[in-house]
Ligand binder design. Structure first.
Ligand code: ADP
Length: 622
């Protein structure tokens, strides 16, 4: 016998599950049955493709037993792939995915918030400890002679010893605690299995005692009985008309481990040159690992109802990685190797058609159910934006689907809606990037647009900096960043020669004072209240972009120098024109530049020089 310690994160997870899911403790049974079903899926696949397993006697089934008299134990048994000693240590003692570990590290300690979060990733096997003081796992891996018994009370340690088991498979036995006693009941088990696991593709048998009563309600006899408690047909193969909302919801929860209902689903069957069924779900909230490199793909591949893989990231494009569901093909050969799946023509076609269908469904919801769509966008706008530069084929559709914040409306708006609000002679679609939404909304760059009633899209997402330039134009209108030097087109009417000439001496003085700190100093057409702002030249990366490139370790891009624009009507600029004191002019010029940089969220090169200048000016003013 050997003793092992749980990995720290497992302890954390156990603690969290026990303290946050107690009101929903019945899900432990769903998790155990779903693990058994996965184990049967894996072995079924091997018996079909691997010569070593072809002769194996394989009678796929799940058996549930319980001790009705003492209400002390409940077991879930399968004839699936089983686990070796190493598997037991790796799977039931550690958390392999770094995504889950990072997630656990980020928990707040606030029980209510954390319990909301935990529903978003699979609680799995460990949920057994909600209803049991001790759990034993007797398992034998297919193809191996030795069996092992894993056992633990869930308090930091587990032990493994050699054991005997007839045939391959796994039996999980729970020694029920006070909380778990209610589950040692035929009716309770049937209820839970029906609710969560009815569609499991393998038969689930419940073993119980049939009790006969005499006329006075006294027990007359007990006979052991076994009956199948699930329908055992692949849900996605059933007709839509046969299925209720409820069926889809519960199915979603078993395949996704989500505790919340899905936002919506899309069930389609293709018949014709290619025959396949797909059932996709969009979660209500983004999967916790959506932004992690080792995110877990949520779409499982089946061939003629046989599970093939749940780990194929190519099955759907990366930007749709939040989807959950099933693809079941009739045309692929069962023995297709997982390696060559990725270049498989049939799969590529299924993927292509599915993406079109899914995006079409998003469009339909956008049109028909604004509230639902807003909920969807709040979670998934960002991955959709990734699609803009990865899925050229569906770019037009994606442009219709993506939403933006704006200076004109509350909440989200689409490019189409923006277009419908454009001024009659407006020449371009304007947007601002370079920081968070709140900061952008206050940017001085927006002043003149506001004054002329021109709407500007607020692009406060990090990814916007990369995505938006890739959009280029929308329905004949170019998208222009207001922090770009050429974005004054629609403001140019205000440009009058006299104003420029008037401000000439001020521009000259500032230019001289700033020297090569700036690319140029110009009279602005976009300012009304602020004295100055900065813009960047068309050919340079924006400051934000430059910072992102630097963070990625890139150095192969030109340094961005700001173009300083000044407001000729502002008091500071008007007075500066007539000043002679060169060091005073220099202080003012640098402060005009630095304040504009600060508002744009750009770090100052020399903060202490900035403070010194402020102090000199303040000293003059007091
Ligand atoms: P998940 O199922 O989400 O991976 P679990 O904690 O429920 O997480 O299970 C961890 C792993 O333990 C599984 O991925 C699987 O490899 C293994 N496992 C659990 N139950 C069984 C079983 N009945 N048969 C074979 N392997 C199992």
């Amino acid at each position: 016998m050997s003793k092992y310690q749980f990995q720290t994160e497992v302890n954390q997870l156990l603690h969290l599950i026990i303290h946050s899911l107690y009101s929903n403790k019945e899900i432990f049974l769903r998790e155990l049955v779903s693990n058994s079903s996965d184990a049967l899926d894996k072995l079924k696949y091997l018996t079909l493709v691997d010569d070593n397993f072809k002769s194996l006697e394989f009678n796929p089934r799940i058996d549930i037993r319980f001790d009705e008299k003492n209400r002390s134990t409940l077991s879930v048994e399968d004839s699936g792939i089983g686990m070796s000693r190493e598997d037991l240590v790796d799977h039931l003692g550690t958390i392999a995915r770094s995504g889950t570990r990072i997630f656990l590290g980020n928990l707040s300690g606030d029980q209510r918030r954390d319990s909301n979060l935990i529903g978003r990733f699979g609680v799995g096997f460990y949920s057994s400890f909600m209803v049991a003081d001790r759990v034993e796992v007797l398992t034998r891996k297919a193809g191996e002679k030795k069996a092992h018994l894993w056992s633990s009370d869930g308090k930091g340690e587990f032990e493994i010893r050699e054991a005997e088991r007839e045939g391959q498979g796994t039996t999980v036995t729970l020694f029920l605690n006070e909380e778990g006693r209610e589950f040692a009941s035929r009716w309770r088990i049937e209820e839970v299995v029906k609710k969560y696991s009815d569609h499991i593709a393998f038969p689930i048998f419940l073993h119980y005692d049939k009790i006969e009563y005499d006329g006075k309600g006294k027990e007359k006899s007990r006979t052991p009985e076994v009956s199948q408690v699930n329908t055992a047909s692949a849900l996605w193969r059933r007709g839509k008309s046969e299925l209720q909302e409820e069926d889809y919801r519960e199915f979603y929860k078993t395949i996704s481990h989500d505790t919340e209902d899905p936002l919506f689903h899309l069930h389609t069957r293709a018949e014709g040159t290619l025959e396949y069924t797909t059932l996709f779900f969009v979660p209500r909230r983004a999967p916790f690992d959506m932004y992690q490199v080792d995110y877990r793909p949520g779409v499982k591949l089946y061939i003629k109802r046989v599970f093939i893989t749940d780990d194929d990231k190519e099955l759907m494009p990366t930007y749709l990685r939040f989807l959950r569901g099933i693809v079941d093909s009739e045309d692929l050969p069962l023995n297709v190797s997982r390696e060559i799946l990725q270049q498989n023509r049939i799969l590529l076609n299924i993927r292509k058609a599915s993406v079109k269908k899914i995006l079409g469904e998003f469009q339909r919801i956008a049109l028909e159910d604004r509230e639902k769509y807003d909920g969807f966008i709040a979670e998934f706008n960002r991955p959709l934006k990734e699609g803009l530069y990865t899925d050229y084929e569906n770019r037009e559709t994606l442009l219709e689907l993506i939403r933006f914040k704006s200076t004109k409306v509350e909440g989200f708006t689409s490019l189409e809606e923006y277009r419908s609000r454009m001024l009659p002679d407006q020449k371009a679609i304007y947007y601002i990037t370079g920081g968070g939404e709140a900061a952008l909304k206050k940017s001085p760059l927006l002043e003149a647009y506001a004054k002329k009633d021109i709407e500007v899209l607020i692009m406060g997402d990090e990814i916007d900096e990369i995505v938006v330039p890739a959009i280029g134009s929308y329905k004949d209108f170019e998208l222009k960043g207001v922090n770009r030097s050429d974005a004054g087109e629609d403001l140019a009417a205000d440009k009058d020669g006299d104003r420029e000439k008037d401000a000439g001496p001020a521009v000259e003085k500032i230019r001289k004072a700033l020297g090569d700190r700036v690319k140029d100093v110009r009279v602005s057409v976009r300012l009304s209240d602020s004295p100055s702002c900065i813009v960047t030249d068309e050919s340079d990366p924006t400051f934000k972009m430059a910072a992102m490139l630097k963070a990625m370790g890139r150095t192969d891009f030109p340094e961005t120098k700001p173009i300083l624009e000044i407001n000729p009507d502002h008091e500071i600029v008007r007075k500066l024109k007539n000043l002679e004191d060169e060091s005073f002019i220099e202080d003012l010029s640098f402060l005009l530049l630095d304040q504009a940089l600060l508002v744009e969220g750009v770090d100052l090169q020399d903060p202490s020089a900035f403070v010194k200048r402020i102090n000199r000016i303040m000293a003059k003013a007091v």
